[in-house]
Design a protein around this ligand. Sequence first.
Ligand code: 13P
Length: 318
Amino acid sequence: MALVTLKEILEDAEKGGYAVGAFNVVNMETAQAVFSAAEEERAPLIVQITETTIGQPGKVTYTPLEDLMGIVNVLAKKATVPVVIHEDHGRSFLSCKRCVEAGFTSVMRDGSLKGDGKTKTSIEENIEETKKVVEYVRKQSRYISVEGEMGTLGEVTDTMTQEERKSLLTQPEDAKRFVEETGVDALAIAFGTKHGPYRGRPIIELDVIKEVKDVVGIPLVMHGGTGVPPDIVKQAVKLGIRKINIDTQIRMAFERAIRELMSEKWNKYIAEMEETLELGEEAMPPKYDLRKILGPARDVAKETIKAKMRLFGCSGKV
Ligand code: 13P
């Protein structure tokens, strides 16, 4: 199955009334988990690489873009489901340009924050920065989708004033202006979700989805999908969310599995050692085999991803 753009995959989701899962990958095992989950579920797939994994141009943080892209490309070529290769949270024009040059079919220009990833920008600055990327991709010989973001991702709390809530959540009139002036293909909105797990049940402002959807004609994106209760996810999809980002939950599944496998291994070793010492024999050190740790952890991550695909309604769609 050929690589597709975000625009195409989300148009189908809009027609079908479901959301497509967008899963972050950081290495071969997480990429394999994501691709095999999509194959087993017959689900369309958005595979994401975020800038904090590959770093800004010229400064690698964890893995060079070419290394990770090499793995993702091989898996995408083998895939029999439609695949979007998407850049998550591009913090600069150059970051997006580099991903386009590397063969991504979609990029996100997150102009809601400055390059430091912390300081909020004005709507004018966000529009200007995002537009620059849209204009650049429209000059390319192939279609590349652009996702933009309006509003500030973050937890809504009971103690917040109306003003504080308003400054966090996406305002429909801002979203309308942003989409009209930038020409983005998809829009990430702020309605109470945040990256990483929540403390207790999150306060999710579902009305924002409907209000924004009514005034913009493009698919809406939920960031911070980890830990959003299933009933809320279902309502959000019903109201018009078409892409749901999941990163932390894959890491949690992987790390938890590794921790359990490691402690099982060491407990077994200690028990054996105690036994052999009783017999006066020398204890055998445990075997060191990464494959026996990473392989099962990859399977656990795959099952977590499959469950998300079913929840989002994209299983069995291809
Ligand atoms: P989580 O880490 O909360 O799953 O969010 C992922 C995300 O939104 C990536 O952009």
